[in-house]
Design a protein around this ligand. Structure first.
Ligand code: ADP
Ligand code: MG
Length: 248
């Protein structure tokens, strides 16, 4: 599970996140919504180690993420996608997954101790990545350059790359942004498909139809604070939310 505990983020004089606390439970899809500039991406960036935390703590299963260097955060089981696609355009789709693959810790030890590198380890890595591509309908594009894919497919590759390490916490920053209706439906299917009982998923989105149809809980951010949280029905009925966001 993922927990924000009295987290504040200051950019110069501007408080982008102001004393935010909430918990994201495994097995559930928790949506984080709110107007542009509310602080949604900043929460993801802090959890993933891209931004420092001004004060407070972010914990995954009681491990404090700010105590870890950025590359160790994937080992701790946290993975994210970016609001703006960040694939390696000049690499194949398959390679985009292979470069982020974290070897299982035992595997690394065995590999380095017994020299089990080379072709066999490489074959296993490839199989693992191909299995994820197949699951998201991307196998036919495995050898294509990521930059040559259509936008909607690139968004799916971002999702594939984020789940290849079987994260315990998955943060999706606007995965449906820029997708058409059919692509959004496909994304919804895949999001529901990759969810597991022990994975905590955070979905940042503007598409209210998508949010209401797949979220178990919704957290509403406004100006760096949590304005409300609850089920879809509770959020829809909340007058403060209607004023700040839905009624816009
Ligand atoms: P959201 O994702 O909800 O649209 P963001 O988290 O991107 O909002 O931004 C929240 C606030 O923090 C905004 O006022 C934004 O300008 C500011 N902000 C985000 N990142 C930076 C940064 N790297 N430097 C300065 N200000 C930032
Ligand atoms: Mg954002």
């Amino acid at each position: 599970m993922l927990r924000f505990d009295h987290v504040t983020k200051q950019f110069g004089a501007h408080k982008a996140i102001d004393d935010v606390s909430f918990t994201v439970e495994p097995g559930l899809i928790t949506a984080v919504i709110g107007p542009n500039g509310a602080g949604k991406s900043t929460l993801v960036n802090m959890a993933a180690g891209s931004y420092s935390v001004t004060s407070g703590r972010i914990l995954v299963n009681e491990v404090e993420l700010q105590t870890l260097p950025k590359h160790r955060i994937a080992h701790a089981g946290l993975s994210r996608t970016y609001q703006n696609i960040r694939l390696f355009d000049g690499m194949s789709v398959l390679q985009n997954l292979e470069v982020v693959l974290v070897p299982p810790r035992i595997g690394t030890l065995v590999a380095s101790t017994f020299g089990l590198t080379g072709r066999r380890a490489e074959g296993e890595r490839r199989e693992r990545c191909m299995a994820v591509l197949e699951r998201l309908g991307l196998a036919p594009f495995a050898d294509r350059l990521a930059g040559s894919l259509a936008y909607g497919q690139q968004k799916l590759v971002e999702l594939a790359r984020a789940i290849v390490n079987e994260p315990r916490v998955l943060l999706l920053d606007e995965p449906a942004a820029g997708l058409n209706h059919g692509e959004t439906e496909r994304l919804k299917h895949y999001i529901l498909d990759v969810r597991t009982p022990d994975m905590a998923m955070v979905l940042i989105e503007h598409d209210m139809k998508l949010i209401m149809s797949i979220s178990d809980r919704i957290i509403v951010m406004n100006r760096g604070t949590v304005l409300a949280q609850g089920t879809g029905a509770e959020i829809r009925a909340n007058t403060a939310v209607q004023e700040a966001y839905l009624g816009q």
